[in-house]
Design a protein around this ligand. Structure first.
Ligand code: G3P
Length: 225
C-alpha cells in the first residue's frame, strides 16, 4: 500500500459552498499550516475540480472524495483511478455515505486504486458492513453512522460501541487494516476519545469546513495527537 501516517485526521471538503473555487485551496493551506506546526498527519479531500490545483500547491496528502470503478475510456463524467492519480491525488474515499457503491463495485474500485498506487479509505456505517468491506482489502475503513453525519453530536459520544465493534470486527478479518471513525466530530476531545476507542484517526467535514476560523478548529482537533 501507499503509506498514510496515522493517527490521521482526514478533512472531507464535500461540496460545501465554503470550498467553491479558490476557497478550497485556502482551506487546504490552513490544513497544511496546522500539519506543519503540529506534526500531525492531516489529509484533505477537496472536490474533484480542485484536486490538481491543491495537489500542486500543498505537500500534505490530497485524496479524492470518490472514485468510480471504471477503466479509462468511454466513461463520461466518471472519475477513474487514473484520472484522480493523474490530477495529483494519492488516495481516495470510496463508498462515502453520500456516494454509495454496490459491494462488487467497492471491490473493483479498491483493486483499481491499488493498481494505481492510491490509498483507499472505504466508508461504512456499521461493524457488519465494515467486516464485509475489510474482506475487500482496502488500506483503511472509516465507520460513520449516517444519522450523525453533519450533526452536533459526535459518534464518539453517541455510539462509541460502533467504533469498538468495528475495530474488533475489522481486526478479525485483517489486522493490517486501520479503522477511522467519523460523524459529528468537532473537537480535540472527540479525537482523543476516538483514539481511546481504538481508531487510528478521524474523518470529518462540517466542523472544519463550515467553521469561521478553520485553523483554530484544526489546532484544537489535533491537540492530543
Ligand atoms: O466524510 C466525513 C463526514 O461524512 C462526516 O461529516 O460533517 O459529520 O464531520 P461531519
Amino acid at each position: 500500500m501507499t503509506d498514510l501516517r496515522t493517527p490521521a485526521v482526514i478533512i472531507n471538503f464535500k461540496a460545501y459552498s465554503e470550498v467553491e473555487g479558490d476557497k478550497a485551496l485556502r482551506l487546504a493551506q490552513a490544513c497544511q499550516d496546522v500539519a506543519g506546526r503540529t506534526g500531525v498527519s492531516i489529509v484533505v479531500c477537496p472536490p474533484a475540480t480542485s484536486i490538481a490545483q491543491i495537489a500542486g500547491s500543498v505537500d500534505i496528502p490530497v485524496f479524492a472524495q470518490h472514485v468510480d470503478p471504471f477503466k479509462p475510456g468511454a466513461a463520461t463524467g466518471r472519475l477513474t483511478a487514473q484520472l484522480i492519480r493523474g490530477a495529483g491525488a494519492t488516495g481516495t474515499l470510496v463508498n462515502h455515505s453520500e456516494r454509495r457503491l454496490k459491494l462488487a463495485d467497492i471491490g473493483a474500485a479498491v483493486d483499481m486504486c491499488r493498481a494505481n498506487q492510491l490509498v483507499t479509505v472505504v466508508c461504512t456505517d456499521t461493524s457488519a458492513t465494515s467486516a464485509a468491506a475489510a474482506s475487500l482489502k482496502p488500506d483503511l475503513i472509516a465507520v460513520e453512522p449516517p444519522e450523525l453525519i453533519g450533526g452536533d453530536v459526535s459518534v464518539t459520544d453517541a455510539q462509541p460501541e460502533v467504533i469498538e465493534r468495528t475495530v474488533a470486527a475489522v481486526k478479525r478479518v485483517d489486522d493490517g487494516i486501520k479503522v477511522l471513525c467519523g460523524a459529528g466530530i468537532k473537537t480535540g476531545r472527540d479525537v482523543k476519545r476516538a483514539i481511546e476507542l481504538g481508531a487510528a484517526g478521524v474523518l470529518l467535514a462540517s466542523g472544519v469546513v463550515k467553521a469561521s476560523d478553520p485553523a483554530s478548529v484544526l489546532e484544537d482537533l489535533v491537540q492530543f495527537l
